[in-house]
Design a protein around this ligand. Structure first.
Ligand code: DC
Length: 218
């Protein structure tokens, strides 16, 4: 029997990480953990409760009374399934502000390590290979040009009937990149031992094949 397999996938917003990670999870029979969804769930709660995402003290109080967990590949916030709600544009626009709070990250990293303990997993995020699972068996850094990432996000948002323009999405992604990669704690960074996968001119299938080939040593 194969030993426990731990795979870390990091990269900026809209690079295709989660689509790729879900497919690899299926092919290699791993549990998929979307860590961005955890930060999004806390952001959703802040928005619902009218807490300012930049009010660190209030956010810390909120996290103390919040439960976030996955069950059967769905994310639950205080017992309610919130897969769709966390994808709203208002959550995307605010999540980086919450994800840069040191204590929020410490709490999330603790939960994420706990989730990765039991079996073979593929975890996607920004700091998985660098901070959360530095001993992962394989690390991938998935990127794409900012214009291509904005095109993909725009398409997703339009398909889910949200009112945005391409230029708005492009500037939001640039702003999110800026906050995610310049924050003091665990900025978005390629781990030196990660394989870089640029998805700009490739199909998802090509990227998945490339990653599976690396893992299977082909
Ligand atoms: O992958 P995503 O777009 O759903 O992530 C949402 C936000 O959460 C993103 O702006 C950065 C933050 N994030 C993080 O800081 N660390 C992670 N491990 C995952 C996400």
């Amino acid at each position: 029997m194969r030993e426990r397999l731990v795979i870390a996938i990091d990269g900026p917003a809209g690079a295709g990480k989660s689509t790729i990670a879900k497919k690899i999870a299926k092919i290699l029979k791993l549990e998929y953990i979307d860590t961005g969804a955890m930060y999004r769930a806390l952001t959703l709660k802040a928005i619902e409760e009218g807490v300012d995402p930049e009010d660190t003290e209030a956010i810390l109080e909120l996290i103390g009374s919040t439960s976030i967990y996955f069950k059967d590949n769905h994310i639950y916030l205080d017992g309610t399934r919130v897969d769709e709600e966390i994808r709203q544009n208002i959550v995307s626009r605010n999540v980086s502000k919450i994800a840069k709070i040191k204590e929020v990250r410490e709490k999330m990293v603790e939960l994420q390590r706990e989730l990765a303990k039991s079996g073979s997993v593929i975890m996607d995020g920004r700091d998985i290979g660098t901070v959360v699972l530095p001993d992962a068996n394989y690390k991938f850094f998935v990127t794409a040009s900012v214009e291509e990432r904005a095109r993909r996000r725009y398409k997703e948002l339009i398909e889910s009937n949200q009112k945005v323009t391409y230029d708005q999405v492009l500037s939001q992604i640039k702003e999110r990149d800026r906050i995610d990669s310049t924050r003091e704690i665990s900025p978005l960074q390629k781990s030196p031992d990660a394989y870089e996968i640029d998805t700009t001119n490739k199909t998802i299938e090509q990227c998945v094949d490339e990653i599976v080939d690396i893992i299977e040593g082909r």
